[in-house]
Design a protein around this ligand. Sequence first.
Ligand code: IVH
Length: 643
Amino acid sequence: MSRMEELIEQLNKYAYHYYVLDNPIISDGQYDKLYDELAALEKAENRVLPSSPTRRIGGEPIKEFAPHTHLNKLYSLDKRNSFEELAAWDEKIKKAAAGDVEYTLEYKLDGLTLCLTYEDGYFRCASTRGNGTVGEDVTAQVSTVKSIPLEIPFKGVLEVQGEGIMRLSALNEYNKTAKEPLKNARNGVAGAIRNLDPKVTAKRNLDIIFYNVNYKRGGDGKLLSSQAECIEFLKANRFKTEMLFCTKSMSEIIDAIKNVDKNNLDFLIDGMVIKVDDFALREELGYTDKFPRWAMAYKFEAEEAVTKLNDVIWQVGRTGKLTPLGRLEPVELCGATIKNATLNNYGDICRKGIKIGSTVFIRRSNDVIPEILGIAEELDGKEVPIPKTCPACGAELYENGANIFCPNDYGCKPQVCGRIEHFCTKACMDIDGVSEKTIERLYDTLNVRSVIDLYNLDKDKLSMIEGFKEKKTANFLSSVENSKNVKLGNFINALGIPNVGRKTAEDLAEKYKNIDALAGADMESLLSVDEVGDIVANSIISFFEKHKALVERFKEIGINPQYAANSGGILDGLKIVLTGKISMPRGEATAIIENLGGKVQSSVTKDTDLVIAGEDAGSKLEKARKLGVKIIDDNEFKSLINS
Ligand code: IVH
């Protein structure tokens, strides 16, 4: 028995460090060994102590959810949708308080409210909010959440409230192997908690973040007097919390809300919560029927919507890959009218069970094209037909993995134009003045069929193209001429080798120093390059087998770049992070930084030398400030690169 107690204490401590503090102190293997020892002892003794971690695996399915009466009513939150309304609320609160008011700022977590009861230091039961007074008992399901403490230092009666969530990383992991992928993290958590079989819940790897002490009696006998103290109390009892800060300034809160970088969090939020910190003032302000008057949610605009899928069309990209595009019944999302959304590839359509005529969930994040997440309601949907011939050129298509391809590399217009467009971008040959429209005109009028043809254009030919007046023609021709001095990494990127992006192109340039060495590289040699695996290596080998003539043609034109290490640029060796909205496309900013010798990182670390923060920069900017990293804005960045 004493060994069992000892093991439970150790295992719970390790789990706390791993799941709550995010700072493991032993290896998984060591943990598993101790866990197995405990499980064996429990079997031999036929006894499982109340805080044993073996209780987390999820017991037998239950027949129904029993009702659970909360010790105190669970309130919901009133909400505001604009900063003006929020400021007006602040004025009202300050008037009632007859002075300044300290507020706390928290995330409004988008999951499922859960209420956990502890007695004598042990986890006793968990319930959903229900109607605020009576919820459903979900103890068996919540027991499987590895981050909740099964035993706490507080020895009285305690009810704590938090939000059950599924982390986006957990959702991703789950969907990698799931037969039926989850549409989103909110459905993921709600479905898992309201599932009668706790083993299903356990598989979802849920988490709970706590924000409220709903009831507290006995134990240390201390009264909590503020939200900050409440969060400290929760932390001291090993609950996971996420409070941001306290302040008396509503404009500081509004600034912080503007700066929240939702896309950098590992959980969904649908707004922010502002709470009066002082409990005595809360008492004075009181409650309406449904809401506390001392708290307010600021709701973000919805990023997901449901609408009807009217049709699916197929678009051909530069690699010949067909991408399905959903035609939607127009719907408002984040202040824009959405008519199209992507479905990634054919495999994605099958996995999500998408049918034409059904209603679908769509999501939009930042400025990327909206995505269809899954079916909302099946209705009388019809299967999405697999195209057999290319919608652009009529060639017979072939399947490769989850994708469908058009084999007609040189005779399929969108493929040819897509390759030319890619070739001309800043991160490739940096040829100016070639929009998608221009490339189509070059294709239609001047018979441009390959990137090589760009080097045979002249004034006379270009005069046949709409928009090519004298100045534009001169600029274009000199830009084409200048492109012959391209750097090796950009040139490799420009070739458009399938599966080779900008970063890999740069790594290949560094390793092989010229195109002949790369074209002659074998499997073993390629695999020694950072992040190059079988697929990429094969792709490179077969590209050069197929395109020997192309490389020779480039040489004839005078394009045969040799690798030169970046040096002497004004950003030489600097590690730089871009965040927020800047006034040029990210790809372009990255190319400029690299041309000046800098390296672009995706996240701010202590090694970061410089952060370029555009409008609406969020958590990366915050982190840079915390770490004391040098920060410049969009205008300073522009003058820096122009210098
Ligand atoms: S406090 C008495 N804080 O939002 C105040 N709620 O729309 C009780 N929620 O029912 C709520 N994050 O499920 C509070 N930081 C947070 C929250 C939060 C998410 C949920 C909660 C509530 C719903 C209201």
